[in-house]
Design a protein around this ligand. Structure first.
Ligand code: XMP
Length: 497
C-alpha cells in the first residue's frame, strides 16, 4: 500500500512539500519521547534541528542568540562589512542566556516621546537612562510606561520622570540569581552595573516569565567552551578569505555557510578546500544544491554540511527568472540520499511554511531545516516594526532582491554585471509574529507529534524507515490537498502557523 520513497521520487516528476503525504505508522511511544537530536554539520549536533537563514531581515545577533538558547542555531548574514558581521557573531558568542540581548537605553535629555517611539518600533515598555544614552554609560534611572501615564507633554525630558530608586545587581550575576532577585524584589527590571555604576546588562521579569511559560524545546546549543553556537554566511571572493579568518580566529564562529543560490561551482570547491586547509577546526556548509551530482562534488571537496533548495523560498524568483531549481521535497530526498550515504548532513532551506513541512523535510532525509519567512516579522528579527494598511509589520526581503543587492548581496547570485542587475527575489513586509520563544517550542512539539504519527521515535529511526521502504508515502492531487486543508467553513480561528 502506498509507495516507498525510492518509488515516489523516481518518476520524472518533482514534488514540493504540499504534494507529498505520509501514511501513518505504528505508535509505540509518547510524542514527548521523540528524539529530534540531529547534526546540522558533521560536528555540530542540535537538540532542535531548526536554524535561521543568513538574510539581513532574519538573522543578526538577537535572532542567533535566541535560536541557540532554544536548542537551534542562527547564521548571521553577510550583507555588511566584515567588522560589522564579526561584531554580531561576537555579541552572540559572548551572550549569557537569560539576559536581554539589546536593552533599550536613552539619555537624560531624551524626551518622553522616545519611550512611545520604542514601544511602536521595538515593542519595549521601559527604557534605562544612562549619562551617555548608551549601554556602558553611568546608570541614572529607569522609565517605564507607569512613569509617563499622566504626563501630557511628550517633550518632557526623561530625567524629570525617571525612577531613580533602583535595585541593581553587580556585573557577573548569574541568570538564575537575577531571576531569584527579580522574584524577591517584585520589580520588572533588574539592571546590571559594574563597579563604576555603569550599565552592563539587564534582566527582566517578562523574560523570566516567558522562559517559564514557554520552556525551551531542547537544551541550548553550546560549543565546547560552553558558549552559544553561532554560524555566519560568507561568499567565495578573495576578500571573504579574510572575513573567514577574522570570524574564526577572533570569534570562534561555529560554522560558515558558503552562501550561493547555485553552489555547484569551482568558486565553492576552491573555497571549501582553502578553508579546510587553513582552518581545519572550522565546519563549512556549502550549497545551495538540489541534485545528488552537485552534492557529491561539494562533499568530495570537503564540505561538512550542505544547504538544499533552489527557488523554493517564499521570496525567491530564481525558478521563474532563471528556469532552474527543483521542487523542494524531491530536492531534499535526492540530495539527502547521496549525502547521508557519505555521512554529511543536509539542511533543507526555504519553502517551510508550517510544522508539517518541517516534519516532511526531516522524514525525507534532511538533518535540519532553515527558515526565513517563518522567523521574519518576529521580535528577534532585525529592523523595526511599522504600520502598513492597519497592520504592524516588519520588512522581509530576498537577498537577491534589487533592494538587498543594492547593499552588496549580489555575489550570492554570481552577478558580475554592475550595470544590469537581474533580481532573483522580491522585498515586502510580513506581519508582527511576536517572539520566536513561542514559535520554536510550538514547531518542535508539532514535529514530535508528526514523527509519532509516522511511527518513528527519532530522526535515526525515520532515516532507517525512509531507506528500507517501511515509510510509506504518496503524492496528493490538488483536490486531496484542498481536502487536507480547512474547508467548508464560513470563518475559522486562524492557526498560529
Ligand atoms: P523562506 O521560504 O524560508 O526561504 O522564506 C528562505 C530561503 O530563501 C533563499 N533566498 C532567496 N532565494 N532569491 C531566491 O531565489 C532571493 O532573493 C532569496 N533570498 C533568500 C535562501 O536560501 C533563504 O534561506
Amino acid at each position: 500500500d502506498g509507495f516507498a520513497s525510492s518509488q515516489l521520487f523516481n518518476q520524472g516528476v518533482c514534488y514540493t512539500y504540499d504534494d507529498v503525504i505520509f501514511h501513518p505508522g505504528h505508535i509505540f511511544f509518547a510524542a514527548n519521547e521523540v528524539d529530534l537530536t540531529s547534526n546540522v554539520t558533521k560536528n555540530i549536533p542540535l537538540r532542535v534541528p531548526i536554524v535561521s537563514s543568513p538574510m539581513d531581515t532574519v538573522t543578526e545577533a538577537e535572532m542567533a542568540i535566541t535560536m541557540a538558547t532554544l536548542g537551534g542555531m542562527g547564521f548571521i548574514h553577510y550583507n555588511n562589512t566584515a567588522e560589522e558581521q564579526l561584531r554580531q557573531v561576537l555579541k552572540a558568542k559572548r551572550h549569557t542566556p537569560g539576559f536581554i540581548v539589546t536593552p533599550a537605553v536613552a539619555g537624560p535629555n531624551d524626551t518622553v516621546s522616545k519611550l512611545y517611539e520604542l514601544k511602536n518600533t521595538r515593542g519595549f515598555t521601559s527604557v534605562c537612562v544612562t549619562d551617555t544614552g548608551a549601554l556602558g554609560g553611568k546608570l541614572l534611572g529607569v522609565v517605564t510606561t507607569r512613569d509617563i501615564d499622566f504626563i501630557n507633554d511628550k517633550l518632557t525630558p526623561l530625567a524629570e520622570v525617571m525612577t531613580t530608586d533602583l535595585v541593581t545587581a553587580p556585573e557577573g550575576t548569574t541568570a538564575d540569581a537575577a531571576g531569584a532577585l527579580l522574584k524577591k524584589i517584585k520589580k520588572n527590571k533588574l539592571p546590571l552595573v559594574n563597579a563604576q555604576g555603569e550599565l552592563v546588562g539587564l534582566a527582566t521579569r517578562g523574560a523570566f516569565k516567558d522562559a517559564r511559560n514557554f520552556p525551551a524545546p531542547g537544551a541550548p546549543s553550546l560549543d565546547g567552551a560552553g558558549l552559544l553556537r553561532c554560524g555566519a554566511a560568507v561568499g567565495t571572493r578573495d576578500s571573504d578569505r579574510e572575513r573567514v579568518k577574522m570570524l574564526w580566529e577572533t570569534a570562534a564562529v561555529d560554522a560558515v555557510i558558503l552562501d550561493s543560490s547555485q553552489g555547484d561551482s569551482t568558486y565553492q570547491v576552491e573555497m571549501i578546500k582553502y578553508i579546510k586547509a587553513a582552518h581545519p577546526g572550522l565546519d563549512v556548509i556549502a550549497g545551495n544544491v538540489v541534485t545528488g551530482a552537485q552534492a557529491r562534488r561539494l562533499i568530495e571537496a570537503g564540505a561538512d554540511g550542505l544547504r538544499v533548495g533552489m527557488g523554493s523560498g517564499s521570496i525567491c524568483t530564481t525558478q521563474e527568472v532563471c528556469a532552474v531549481g527543483r521542487g523542494q521535497a524531491t530536492a531534499v530526498y535526492h540530495v539527502a540520499r547521496v549525502a547521508n550515504a557519505l555521512g554529511v548532513p543536509i539542511i533543507a532551506d526555504g519553502g517551510v511554511q508550517n510544522s508539517g513541512h518541517i516534519t516532511k523535510a526531516l522524514a525525507l532525509g534532511a538533518s535540519a531545516v532553515m527558515c526565513g519567512s517563518m522567523f521574519a516579522g518576529t521580535t528577534e528579527a532585525p529592523g523595526e516594526y511599522f504600520m502598513l494598511n492597519g497592520q504592524r509589520v516588519k520588512k522581509y526581503r530576498g537577498m537577491g532582491s534589487l533592494e538587498a543587492m543594492a547593499k552588496g548581496s549580489e555575489t550570492r547570485y554570481h552577478s558580475d554585471t554592475q550595470s544590469l542587475k537581474i533580481a532573483q527575489g522580491v522585498s515586502g513586509a510580513v506581519k508582527d509574529k511576536g517572539s520566536i520563544r513561542k514559535t520554536v517550542p510550538f514547531l518542535a512539539q508539532a514535529v514530535r507529534q508528526g514523527f509519532q504519527d509516522i511511527g518513528a521515535n527519532s530522526i535515526k529511526m525515520a532515516r532507517e524507515m525512509l531507506y528500507n521502504g517501511a515509510m510509506r508515502m504518496e503524492a496528493r492531487t490538488n483536490a486531496a490537498q484542498a481536502e487536507g486543508n480547512v474547508h467548508d467553513m464560513v470563518a475559522y480561528e486562524k492557526r498560529p502557523w
